[in-house]
Design a protein around this ligand. Structure first.
Ligand code: HEC
Ligand code: HEC
Ligand code: HEC
Length: 417
């Protein structure tokens, strides 16, 4: 803040003085600030965060279906960062997935979405990154196992899965819709998690934003579908969720908690509103509503007893939750997704909602993994997925067991704490 106001004062002074360098300074100040905003929208910090917890010096490992991949240092350090990169080299990486010397980058880096940004936005990010302190941090870049460590394989992958090209606004839609579309499909790369993947890890584009599985988390449908997506959410609710990480309906945990922390909570409300308008107006898509499991079913009856005993104290007997404290389970999109990974993880491991500068402490959900058997976890999950108007496929003990194994020893990310 301090630095911003000093810069603003310098800017003002140079405009008043009308010196020859005025335009360059003013332009550069505006561009750097635009670059900072775009870098927030692109969640660069969420992945490139350094060991010091404040720079973009990288080093963090990302889990992908093909193995662990390291995130590089993008501070302006000459030896270990991108200090020597030219604007064109930066642009090639960001929009084509090609590093200096023609090395192919892996799509765990969202260049498949960043390709939608115009060159001037890429340049603004470049200008902003160059104002950050250079941090020396040498990251080992070759971490994937054979055969995925062969970078030239990405040529074929790109050919099959990557459509380069800038975002084109739809002239029949409002400016706000088009801004939202740009943010979601471009810098925000929301589809990287919310669109299901094909076997090669590319987008299943026919199911755009209809929900994707990521290493034990499930990023739900965010189309305007009423049962599974955000169709029943108001624009204000979507804005509040992106800004603070929770609403009465839902709380962001895991990977989405990180997106909120490093990206959306830092974005201006006008931008979040544009995202919400786009998500609501682009239409509903998803599988039709299944027949709910009958209340008389034995699994539902066992589930109801567990719910009354262990859950109703917070989520309330009718699933309404408590505004601002405990999420509503009735009419909740998250818990009706076809893939129950999200709720299984929450019930087994508990969850801590994200704390942002807008909502400092988050209430938490206790872990039930050590109190309930696989069958009991499955039954209570089946119950909440098929009560109070909800409808979704029943959950089996086997699915609960798989999630228990998958998440054994994995600590909950302490986002915001
Ligand atoms: C989802 C995680 C993720 C996000 C978000 C992300 N990156 Fe990256 N980025 C990566 C990974 C992983 C690589 C390395 C890919 C590889 O090794 O092939 C990478 C590589 C890069 C590179 C190439 C660096 C080099 O030395 O090869 C640049 C430049 C870069 N990212 C800039 C950015 C910027 C700017 C943003 C924000 C607008 C951003 N990244 C957001 C994960 C991410
Ligand atoms: C790194 C992966 C990732 C990215 C990128 C991501 N999300 Fe999410 N998102 C998730 C996960 C996982 C959840 C489920 C969180 C939970 O249940 O606690 C989620 C939940 C949501 C929800 C709540 C849905 C519901 O029914 O409760 C909304 C809305 C949302 N994301 C919007 C977005 C938008 C908009 C973007 C892009 C700006 C985005 N997400 C980018 C992973 C991601
Ligand atoms: C002590 C209060 C408390 C109890 C008891 C409790 N929960 Fe929760 N639950 C929470 C809180 C708080 C959250 C939000 C956590 C977060 O930030 O993700 C939550 C989140 C959830 C979610 C995720 C909702 C969403 O939209 O992402 C599900 C599903 C859930 N609880 C189910 C249950 C079930 C099933 C039980 C009983 C076995 C239970 N809870 C018991 C407090 C509680």
């Amino acid at each position: 803040m301090m630095r911003a106001s000093i810069l603003a004062a310098t800017l003002l002074a140079s405009i008043v003085l009308g010196t020859g360098t005025v335009r360059a300074d003013a332009d550069n100040f505006v561009e750097v600030e635009r670059g900072r905003a775009l870098s927030n929208a692109g969640d660069c910090m969420g992945c490139h965060i350094g060991p010091d917890g404040k720079s973009m010096a990288g080093g963090h490992m990302l889990e992908t279906p093909f193995g662990k991949i390291s995130v590089p240092n993008i501070t302006p350090d000459n030896e270990t960062g991108i200090g020597r990169w030219t604007r064109d080299e930066f642009d090639d990486a960001m929009r084509r997935g090609i590093g200096p010397g023609g090395t192919h980058l892996y799509p765990a880096f969202p260049y498949t979405a960043f390709t939608k940004m115009p060159r001037k936005d890429i340049d603004a990010i470049y200008d902003y990154l160059r104002t950050l302190p250079a941090v020396h941090n040498d990251v080992d870049r070759d971490t994937l196992p054979f055969p995925f460590n062969i970078r030239t394989a990405m040529i074929g992958w790109n050919w099959l899965n990557f459509t380069p090209g800038e975002f084109r606004p739809d002239p029949s839609k409002s400016d706000e819709f088009n801004r939202g579309a740009y943010l979601v499909e471009g810098p925000g790369h929301c589809g990287m998690c919310h669109t299901p993947r094909n076997i090669m890890g590319g987008d299943k584009s026919a199911e755009h934003l209809q929900g994707g599985d990521l290493q034990g988390w499930f990023a739900p449908n965010i189309t305007a579908d009423r049962r599974l997506g955000i169709g029943a959410w108001s624009v204000e609710e979507i804005v509040t969720y992106l800004k603070t990480g929770h609403t009465e309906r839902s709380a962001a945990s895991g990977p989405m908690a990180e997106v909120v922390q490093y990206s959306t909570s830092l974005m201006p409300e006008t931008e979040l509103k544009a995202i919400a308008v786009y998500l609501k107006e682009r239409g509903a898509a998803g599988p039709g509503t299944p027949q709910p499991v009958a209340a008389s079913d034995a699994r539902m009856q066992r589930g109801a007893a567990i719910y009354d005993d262990g859950c109703a104290a917070c989520h309330v007997g009718n699933g309404s939750g408590v505004a601002g404290m405990f999420p509503r389970l009735a009419d909740n999109q998250n818990i009706q997704q076809n893939d129950p990974s999200g709720i299984l993880r929450v019930v087994l491991q508990g969850a801590q909602s994200v704390a942002t500068r807008h909502a400092v402490t988050g209430p938490s959900m206790p872990a039930f993994g050590f109190r309930l058997s696989d069958q009991q976890v499955a039954d209570v999950a089946t119950f909440i997925r098929n009560s109070w108007g909800n409808a979704a496929a029943p959950v089996t003990a086997d699915q609960a067991r798989q999630m228990r194994e998958r998440s054994a020893g994995v600590a909950m990310p302490a986002a915001g704490h």
